[in-house]
Structure formats: C-alpha cells, structure tokens
Design a protein around this ligand. Structure first.
Ligand code: ADP
Ligand code: ADP
Ligand code: ZN
Length: 223
C-alpha cells in the first residue's frame, strides 16, 4: 500500500470531538483537515457569496443544501495538498453527500480508507457544545471545563481571542442534534454495510480517543 492516499471521514454528532481529533491527527499525519463547518464560517466572516448562501441555514442549525456543500468539498479536495489524502470532518452529513463523496474520490482513483465513528451520548453532547470556545484567529477548540485554555479567553497556541459560536446556544444546538439524528445518523448504517465503520468511545479523554484513532489508522496500513 506504499503511497496510497489516506482518506478518512470522522463521523459523529455535533460536539462528539470530530474537530478536536481531526486537528491533532492532521498534524501527526501531515494531511489536511477538511472541515465543512470551518470553511462555511470562514466564508461567512469574509462575506463571500458562499458565506451569504450558507448564513441562514447555519443560524438555524439546518444543513446547507447538498449541491452547495458538495461543490465546495469537490473544489477543496482537488487542491494539491489533498494528494496524499485528507481527514473529512463534518462531511458527509447526508446519504446524498456520501454518494457524492464516493464519486469525487473515484474520479481521483482513490477511495475511503476508514470511517471512525466517535460515539458520545446525548447529554454529554449538549454539555460539550454549551462550553465550547473557539479561537477567532487559528480555530483551535477549547472547552471551559474539559479542555480550558491556560489563560481564560485567550488561545494557548496563538494568543488569539476565544469566542462562543452563536449556534452553540441551547436552542440552535438542540436543533442541530435533531438534524443530526434525522439526516446524518443514517450514515452509520451506510458505512457499516460497506465495512468501513469503526466505532470509537468518544467519552474518553481527548488523549485516549486520539490513541484509539491512531490504532485504527495503523491497522489500515497507511502511508
Ligand atoms: P465536533 O467537531 O464533533 O462538533 P469539537 O471537537 O468541536 O466537536 O468538540 C466539542 C467540544 O467538546 C469542545 O469544547 C471540545 O473542547 C470538547 N471536547 C472534545 N473532545 C473531548 C473529550 N474527549 N472530552 C471532553 N471534552 C471534549
Ligand atoms: P458541529 O461539528 O458542531 O456540528 P459544524 O461546524 O460541522 O458543526 O457545522 C456548522 C454548520 O455548518 C451546520 O449546522 C450546517 O449549517 C453547516 N454545515 C457544516 N457541514 C455541513 C454539511 N456537510 N452539509 C450541510 N451543512 C453543513
Ligand atoms: Zn489560536
């Protein structure tokens, strides 16, 4: 398998720890983290056309339509830094997106290596979302109780200002979980059927979850 690209999908509900884990693993493996949520938020901040298209959906905790999201991911995966693979975090979120991803990878002569599913119970998810703080500058993710920064309100890595996402407020967060159970949870079965799903206990420490993910990747014979 020398040189085979490594494409991973991190599956899990909002707050499961996908972004936290994808960022750590991306640094270790030297392949990019492709987070659709992060790309939408960047576009929103910059006031691009894509950002304006996504805004209303994101504010309500609804999914941005598949066509828009798929086109964005297709463009992102076509860039040279994805030649050796990528860690997809927050995509796919519907069966139609999963089918589109299969086609995008097939066109590149690639396929998914594995789909780690980070499993966390619903009560824990809400507690994680309500305490999540993000660096405005570098996107690093903290939790005010479970993973606090050394200095409150300031990013350990870059000194940037930390903020709470509007859509992490309880009303919108609850809707995001509902949308997850209705539209995204069916992907668990979709990837199980293809023998790609590997369940990880997401209620362990950040370090232990990372170890489990590394073990999964090693067992899949990666670059
Ligand atoms: P997702 O990308 O799946 O929505 P995040 O990676 O943003 O999830 O994590 C959600 C929140 O939970 C963040 O505040 C993060 O610091 C915290 N968190 C992530 N992993 C763990 C963990 N294993 N234990 C406790 N808190 C965690
Ligand atoms: P979390 O990991 O906490 O669920 P994300 O940052 O992944 O949040 O997503 C934030 C919002 O961006 C979603 O609620 C949705 O509006 C939009 N979004 C992100 N990824 C997708 C996707 N694959 N399909 C449709 N909408 C998406
Ligand atoms: Zn930072």
């Amino acid at each position: 398998m020398e040189g085979a690209p490594l494409f991973l999908v991190f599956l899990g509900a909002p707050g499961a720890g996908k972004g936290t884990q994808a960022r750590l693993l991306s640094e270790k493996l030297g392949i990019p983290q492709v987070s659709t949520g992060d790309i939408f938020r960047e576009n929103l901040n910059k006031g691009t056309k894509l950002g304006l298209l996504a805004k209303g959906y994101m504010e309500k905790g609804e999914l941005v339509p598949d066509e828009i999201t798929v086109a964005m991911v297709k463009e992102r995966l076509s860039r040279p830094d994805c030649a050796r693979g990528a860690i997809l975090d927050g995509f796919p979120r519907t069966i139609a997106q999963a089918e589109a991803l299969d086609r995008i990878l097939a066109e590149k002569g690639a396929s998914l290596t594995a789909v780690p599913y980070i499993k966390v119970s619903e009560e824990v998810l809400l507690a994680r979302l309500s305490g999540r703080w993000i660096c405005r500058n570098c996107g690093a993710v903290y939790h005010m109780i479970y993973n606090p920064p050394k200095v409150p309100g300031i990013c350990d890595i870059c000194g940037g200002e930390l903020y709470q996402r509007e859509d992490d407020k309880p009303e919108v967060a609850k809707n995001r979980l509902k949308v997850y159970f209705e539209q995204t949870a069916p992907l668990i079965e979709y990837y199980k059927r293809r023998g790609l799903l590997v369940e990880v206990n997401g209620e362990q420490s950040i370090e232990k979850v990372q170890e489990d993910l590394e073990a999964i990747i090693e067992s899949h014979d990666c670059p």
